[in-house]
Design a protein around this ligand. Structure first.
Ligand SMILES: Nc1ncnc2c1ncn2[C@@H]1O[C@H](COP(=O)(O)OP(=O)(O)OP(=O)(O)O)[C@@H](O)[C@H]1O
Length: 238
């Protein structure tokens, strides 16, 4: 599998055309540039191919451009920003776990009910998903998002993404509000759920998440991407 990613600052060769993407590419980006309305460049990517089965972990300092990269991959940019370049996606359903889990949830609907409605799954499947993220107490299914803590809402958003069965899931710091033990449970769950052909892209500041999940590791610095070799065996390091 060709994973071709290049930092514009060090580029010597032409980026491969979209027609040259690997067969297993689910989302491909070419010559991407995200700018503010006054022309300040926030993110610049020559070429990135996300392939089926990849578990890409994205790290980088605060404000480096990790969340913007996820926005570009979903094809939806925050208001006020300009995007140049090409994006091609062969997946129509993309799951998203936002940094604040409550943003993925309807504020007025009880958790169990909305998970069933959104994912069209059975009450049993929803109960199992909530159990798997440590929200197994039936009381959680009866709560509205405002009645959950930040970490509980984050886990509910992970359960929603898992249940949605989307072939590509993007998660923006999905463990940032969790204690160590809960974090390890959620990371293990993600490792198991994305062990096959489903594709996961996670941003994090947490080395444990990199070690446990990454089959590819991308570092963002000042809006430029570098791919680092993955030297560990993911999912065995927890
Ligand atoms: N809508 C916007 N308008 C102007 N600048 C923006 C906008 N959204 C993001 N930025 C800027 O783009 C840069 C990258 O932001 P981004 O949210 O991607 O950072 P990040 O790496 O995810 O940070 P963190 O780890 O703190 O979440 C930052 O300098 C940020 O201020």
């Amino acid at each position: 599998m060709v994973n071709w990613l290049r930092n514009a600052a060090t580029a010597e060769h032409r980026a491969p055309a979209l027609e040259e993407t690997p067969q297993r590419a689910v989302v491909s980006l070419r010559e991407i540039c995200v700018q503010t309305a006054d022309g300040r460049t926030l993110l610049s990517i020559d070429a990135l191919d996300v392939c089926a089965g990849d578990r890409i972990v994205v790290t980088g300092t605060s404000g480096s451009g990790k969340s913007l990269l996820l926005s570009v991959l979903t094809g939806r940019l925050p208001a006020g920003l300009r995007l140049a370049g090409e994006r091609r996606s062969v997946v129509t359903r993309i799951g998203f776990v936002p940094q604040r889990g409550s943003e993925a949830l309807h504020p007025l609907t009880k958790l169990g009910r909305q998970l069933r409605a959104v994912t069209r799954t059975s009450a049993q499947a929803v109960a199992a998903a909530l159990e798997s993220v440590g929200l197994g107490d039936p009381a959680f299914a009866g709560r509205r998002p405002a009645e959950l803590s930040g970490g509980q809402a984050q886990r509910a958003a992970v359960a929603l993404a898992m249940l949605s069965d989307a072939p590509l899931v993007l998660a923006d710091e999905p463990t940032s509000a969790l204690d160590n033990e809960t974090r390890e449970g959620v990371v293990q769950l993600l490792a198991d759920a994305f062990a096959g052909d489903r594709t996961l892209i996670v941003t994090t500041h947490d080395a444990v998440v990199v070690r446990a999940l990454a089959t590819r590791h991308i570092v963002v610095r000042d809006g430029a991407l570098t791919e680092l070799p993955v030297t560990h065996t993911p999912a065995l390091a927890l």
